[in-house]
Ligand binder design. Structure first.
Ligand code: PL4
Length: 409
């Protein structure tokens, strides 16, 4: 008999999002007529916008012609498409802060997090914001980057939780943290909605430089930042090129959660302790384990980055941000303290002293609204609920009405 992978056996619980789905289905089984509204999983709901659809349509039609057909991305047409998309990302989203050669096109930020975990292997120590997108911890555990399990603390030796709460304005107290090889950092943050300021990211980069750590910066929600003074990329910080990788995605900004397209920036200046550029090994890993993003999706990405596409992106982001405003307003009227929701599509609602799964169940059963319990993102998420702004406007309005009418907070 084949033994289970011992790293997989170390996972403490099931993956958060299927668990939300399971509880949602259970509620429907008990109440077959219930009209559930999901403000839970951050999944886009609005149709793709016209200019981007045209980019996708033209690409699909082109594949039916000899002149435009392309296969794996090693063929000249595939190579050209990749070069064009990298150049456009570097120009339109990074305004020249990164080189097109350092941009690696992917099928999404989550998939690249997994491949980065293969790249760094099981011998690294990692730090994660607490709370955080569960992929950073679960994927690290799967890669074996755990060290020993400390039964008393219920924690792995090699995984450091950087508590991010209202008490520290959602930015970790770096001076109290041990050095780690990797630091996962997400801003705008999922789930708290907090966005780090330039001064905070300067501290983070300085901390990484002093400890010779590598920051894996998840900027999947960068497009949702409304405040011009807030940094949209770690590469806006001087000296970051030698200590940071950035993962990013078209999923939320243009609704490509199903189409699948993202990118990762690995600067040439970033090296391992033996001076090997990290990008060399990244090329080796992705060349082996990944066969490229769909060429149709890449044409959609190109369309999203020209003038009409960027205007459509702004409109899509604006739609979800208005949802966030409505959710935040309704919760505030119910005297619930909220964070986030002004530069990110997540509203982080505080239910101090309460068990977040219990609050999740209460909202689900009384209002038939699906949310996400904060503790699912890490121990510091206990006592919080995440409301996602991804939803149809009428559903969001109805959800806020139900919260007002059905909850007795
Ligand atoms: C449910 C910080 C959502 N099934 O679409 P991708 O792969 O480019 O990006 C995924 C991603 C990456 N980084 C962060 C994210 O929050 C997400 C998506 N998170 C959520 O509700 O927290 C969707 C989760 C999806 C999943 O497992 O990713």
């Amino acid at each position: 008999m084949v033994q289970r992978n011992k790293n997989i056996t170390k996972l403490q619980a099931g993956y958060l999002f299927p668990e939300i789905g399971r509880r949602r289905r259970a509620l429907l089984e008990q109440n077959p007529g219930a009209k559930l509204i999901s403000l839970g999983i951050g999944n886009t709901t609005e149709p793709l916008t016209p200019h981007i659809v045209t980019g996708l349509k033209n690409a699909a039609a082109g594949l039916g012609t000899l002149e435009a057909y392309s296969g794996y991305d090693d063929d000249p047409k595939g190579q050209q498409l990749l070069q064009d998309l990298k150049a456009k990302i570097a120009e339109k989203l990074y305004h020249g802060l990164v080189s097109p050669a350092d941009v690696f096109i992917s099928d999404g930020a989550k998939c690249d997090c997994g491949r980065l975990q293969v790249l760094f292997g099981g011998d690294v120590s990692v730090a994660v914001q607490d709370p955080a997108y569960p992929v950073y911890v679960d994927g690290s555990v799967m890669a074996g980057a755990t060290g020993q399990y400390n039964k008393e603390l219920g924690l792995f030796d090699n995984i450091v939780y950087m508590s991010c709460t209202p008490a520290n304005n959602f930015f970790p107290d770096l001076d109290s943290l041990p050095p780690t090889d990797l630091i996962y950092f997400c801003s705008p943050n999922n789930p708290t909605g907090a966005v780090s300021t330039k001064a905070q990211l300067e501290k983070l980069v300085d901390f990484a430089r002093r400890n010779k750590s590598i920051i894996i910066f998840d900027a999947a929600y960068a497009a949702f930042i409304q405040d011009e003074d807030l940094p949209r990329s770690i590469f806006e910080i001087d000296g970051s090129q030698e200590v940071a990788i950035e993962v990013n995605s078209f999923s939320k900004s243009i609704g490509f959660t199903g189409v699948r397209l993202g990118w990762t920036v690995v600067p040439q200046e970033l090296t391992f302790d033996d001076s090997t550029p990290v990008a060399n090994d990244w090329r080796r890993v992705t060349g082996t384990l990944f066969n490229g993003a769909s060429n149709i999706a890449q044409y959609g990405g190109l369309a999203a980055l020209d003038e009409e596409g960027l205007a459509e992106m702004k409109q899509t982001v604006g739609y979800y941000m208005e949802n966030a405003r409505l959710i935040k307003q309704a919760l505030t009227e119910l005297s619930i303290t909220t964070y986030g929701g002004t530069n990110s599509p997540y509203v982080w609602a505080e239910f101090s002293g309460r068990d977040s799964w219990e609050v999740f169940t209460e909202i689900l059963e009384r209002a038939h609204v699906v949310t996400t319990p904060g503790v699912g993102f890490g121990p510091s998420g206990e006592g919080f609920i995440r409301f996602s702004a991804f939803g149809h406007r009428e559903d969001v309005v109805e959800a806020t009405r139900r919260l007002r009418d059905k909850m007795d907070w």
